[in-house]
Write a protein that binds this ligand. Structure first.
Ligand SMILES: [Zn+2]
Length: 313
């Protein structure tokens, strides 16, 4: 598989993001960067250096809906846009969906016992969707599909980091374009997101993510192309490292639960230095460790006055 990597800057803490031009029967690009002027210029430069123009790209294929990956879908006038159907909600941004999403987050922030002032702040940040694209998908792909125009390139659904997350595995070359499933330098955060069926059942993002990592280790992989940073060849080793780190954190949360606590209380103890400045992210992480402990039947929770109170079993 002919793969050309294009690196773009992002305004996010994660730093640069990668896109991949792939030439098969079709000319496609996997991921397209955030909708900033700087990312557009880097994208244009990379496509030009490979000998093409935006007009030549026949397919935009998205690993997931996050803005650092799906912003510039709007820059490809002749391309089909492929991805998980969940992405369409973020592209279309209907009033109905935006209201649902706000209700979803509000409900869980209350359950987590987050103070009202912080809830409003988190909701305000979530409302900012400036760097998202707005071109609806033209084709939905799903787990087990072969990517159109790329014989042997299989689609696998790997939720956790995002509810729309796919990886693409080439059956012959064993190369994988992995989005943010596994990154070389940093852990990939399983964020709390509304479920794909737009119900009010919160997906257990970290539980899903760990299952996706386990699945990744069952694939034969020659090289994993990542959403941020360098390619990875020692996939199994790195997955073990990430799972080990998670397991240490999970045990730390168990220790913190020497007496019953809310998610917000655990978050403050687990991340004393950064919980205030990165509340959305740290709440997601704490919730993830609690979900794992519930699944392992080491803790349980009960609803008291609208808040989930977690305690050891
Ligand atoms: Zn990313």
């Amino acid at each position: 598989m002919e793969i050309v990597k294009i690196v773009m800057p992002t305004p996010y803490d994660v730093g640069d993001v990668n896109a991949f031009l792939i030439k098969g029967d079709a000319l496609s690009i996997v991921d397209v960067g955030p909708k900033t002027k700087e990312a557009y210029e880097a994208l244009e430069f990379g496509i030009k250096r490979a000998g093409y123009r935006f007009n030549d790209i026949e397919q935009v294929i998205l690993t997931h809906h996050h803005p650092d990956h799906a912003g510039w879908v709007d820059a490809f006038p002749n391309a089909e846009i492929l991805g998980h159907e969940y992405i369409d909600h973020w592209m279309k941004k209907t009033e109905e969906f935006l209201n649902y999403r706000e209700e979803f987050y509000k409900m869980y922030l209350i359950k987590q016992a987050v103070p009202e002032g912080y809830i409003q702040k988190i909701l305000r940040i979530r409302r900012d969707m400036e760097l998202y694209g707005s071109t609806p998908l033209t084709k939905y792909i799903k787990d087990g599909d072969e990517v159109p125009g790329h014989p042997g390139l299989m689609v696998y659904y790997t939720p956790g980091h995002a509810q729309s997350h796919f990886i693409f595995h080439h059956q012959r070359t064993k190369e994988v374009i992995g989005g943010d499933i596994l990154l070389e330098k940093i852990a990939s955060n399983p964020l709390i997101e509304p479920p794909v069926d737009l119900s009010f059942d919160r997906p257990k993002s970290l539980v899903q993510y760990q299952e996706s990592l386990q699945f990744l280790t069952t694939l034969e992989i020659s090289k994993l192309y990542t959403g941020h940073g360098n390619e990875i060849v020692n996939v199994k080793e790195l997955v073990d490292m990430r799972l080990e780190k998670d397991s240490q954190r999970t045990n730390q949360v168990y220790e913190i639960l020497s007496e019953p606590k809310t998610v917000y209380e655990v978050t403050k103890e687990l991340y004393p230095a950064v919980y205030e400045s990165q509340l959305g992210l740290t709440l997601s992480k704490t919730q993830g460790y609690l979900d794992v402990l519930v699944k392992e039947e080491r803790i349980r929770f009960e609803l008291v006055g609208g808040h989930e109170i977690y305690s050891r079993i």
